[in-house]
Design a protein around this ligand. Structure first.
Ligand code: HEM
Length: 251
């Protein structure tokens, strides 16, 4: 950065100082660069992976029965009470996730546009080698996941009639999940979306490790193992829920 050094140490701590402005300018420059966008994708990706993992762990309570599952759902709304008002921690989590999703999609879109601008080759001439193929799969995976989350919220959070003839009972998520998954095509939507999610997580983790500088071939085995294990755990657990309902294991 080219900003002049502050004249005195006290100037350094003032928000409107040249140093303060240069820090903001540095952040803006960093975010404008491809490496900055990859860093944003990695950080927001970790937040989203973490949340998906915690959500999956919570959903395992489906196997313990209605009482446990509904109790857990109630706890999500009341955690921190009475020290903090109802729903406040949940809303903080929701806002963090929303911001992370927004930044993740924004950085991904801008990276794609930057790549296209840097390689203005005709579609017919393009060589769809592994990197390009993976990037396209990631984009379509991202679109499928975004559409799924909207459907999922409409189905299990907002209680809209998107899974007829199943019924939605406010405050009884166990009933809502089971009644929805009994409809084969609703289960099929969840199964396809969660497989797409697993593939997205797999490649996303791999790319994230590379963005963080773990590029040496000696890390490849560990990276592949971690990405595969994480993706498989999410796919197997999340796909097991609709299947367990369809075969009558969870009723
Ligand atoms: C088969 C797998 C899944 C099941 C059984 C499931 C179940 C549920 C249920 C029951 C709720 C409502 C909880 C309540 O209102 O108390 C919920 C909320 C939610 N789920 Fe899932 N879920 C699954 C997969 C996913 C996936 C893969 C994602 C994201 C990629 C996701 C994202 C969400 C979100 C964002 C909410 C709203 C949370 C909130 O702010 O209240 N779910 N899920």
């Amino acid at each position: 950065m080219t900003a002049a050094a502050p004249a005195t140490p006290s100037v350094r701590s003032q928000p409107g100082s040249a140093q303060g402005r240069s820090r903001v300018a540095w952040l803006a420059d960093f975010y404008a660069s491809a490496i900055g966008k990859k860093a944003v994708m990695a950080v927001t990706g970790v937040i989203l992976f973490g949340w998906i993992f915690m959500h999956m762990l919570g959903n395992l309570k489906l196997y313990l029965g209605a009482e446990h599952f509904n109790e857990y759902s109630k706890w999500l709304r009341t955690m921190g009470a009475p020290a903090v008002p109802h729903d406040v921690p949940l809303w903080i989590v929701r806002i963090v996730i929303l911001v992370a999703v927004w930044l993740h999609i924004q950085a991904a879109t801008q990276l794609t546009l930057m790549n296209r601008a840097a390689r203005p080759i005709d579609y017919q001439e393009r060589d769809f080698v592994a990197g390009t193929y993976a990037a396209r799969t990631m984009r379509w995976g991202g679109v499928i996941i975004a559409l799924f989350v909207l459907y999922h919220l409409a189905h299990l959070t907002w209680g809209l009639r998107v899974a007829p003839p199943s019924t939605f009972v406010p405050g009884d998520p166990y009933h809502n999940v089971v009644s929805g998954f009994l409809i084969w095509w609703v289960s099929a939507i969840y199964i396809v979306a969660n497989i797409a999610l697993g593939l997205h997580l797999h490649h996303g983790l791999w790319s994230m490790f590379n963005s963080l500088g773990l590029n040496h071939p000696k890390f490849n085995r560990g990276k592949r193992l971690f990405a595969t294990a994480f993706a498989l755990v999410i796919i197997i657990a999340n796909v097991s829920f609709p299947i367990a309902v369809l075969v009558g294991l969870v009723r």
